[in-house]
Design a protein around this ligand. Structure first.
Ligand SMILES: C[S@@+](CC[C@H](N)C(=O)[O-])C[C@H]1O[C@@H](n2cnc3c(N)ncnc32)[C@H](O)[C@@H]1O
Length: 201
């Protein structure tokens, strides 16, 4: 059976898919556990590793490429993980439907598409509105973690978060599993920019 072709990139500004908001009580074996979100989970490496290492957490992956998300869903099923789920969506527009105020313990934005060309910059996921949405949904003390190999994008996000009064910068959290991209860039010896912020009480 041939595998569906997975596009390299999906333009979030023209993505028309309606998000199907999961019934979290049906998705997770223990819906009451603290919840973390992996934005743009791609192959699901981080999502599955984190979920298997931390059965005391529920992990939600968001992915705009449907065939990719479906593969991750099958991996979750095969691994028998009752604490991981994946949602096909544009994280920017679906966020408010998916997550309630103060409902998240951590949000990971790892190697988001950098959209190198100047005319494509508005497709970048990290916008002032998205940072506000994340702030509203993180519980006090909750952490937003960002990683990229793209120096200019890193500076843009550090500036954006410096202006967000809801957040204070904290050291990069230790003990997190690697992401697919992180391993790839580390293998090439590329610089990796990591930053994290805590939701102020
Ligand atoms: C460069 S990959 C990084 C994957 C992974 N986080 C890692 O570190 O290996 C970025 C991923 O984000 C997804 N993505 C891009 N824009 C998105 C959006 N607005 N909402 C949800 N996912 C998005 C892409 O389809 C892609 O899988």
């Amino acid at each position: 059976m041939s595998r569906p072709r997975i596009r390299q990139h999906v333009n979030p500004l023209t993505f028309r898919g309606e998000v199907e908001v999961p019934v979290w009580e049906e998705v997770f074996a223990r819906p009451d556990l603290p919840r973390e979100v992996d934005v743009g989970c791609a192959h699901g490496d981080f999502l599955l590793r984190r979920a298997s290492e931390r059965p005391d957490l529920n992990l939600v992956g968001l992915e705009i490429r449907k065939p990719m998300a479906e593969r991750v869903r099958r991996k979750i099923e095969r691994a028998g993980l009752g604490n991981a789920a994946v949602v096909v969506c544009n994280a920017n527009t679906a966020w408010r439907s998916l997550f309630g105020p103060s409902s998240l313990q951590a949000v990971y934005v790892h190697f988001p598409d950098p959209w190198f060309k100047k005319k494509h910059r508005k497709r970048r996921i990290m916008t002032p509105a998205f940072v506000e949405d994340i702030a509203r949904t993180l519980a006090p003390g909750g952490v937003l973690r960002f990683m990229t190999d793209h120096g200019e994008y890193a500076e843009e996000v550090v500036d954006l978060l410096a202006r967000a009064v809801a957040f204070e910068e904290v050291p990069d959290p230790e003990g997190l599993p690697a992401t697919h991209r992180e391993e790839w860039h580390a293998g090439r010896g590329d610089a990796i920019h990591r930053a994290a912020w805590r939701r102020r009480p």
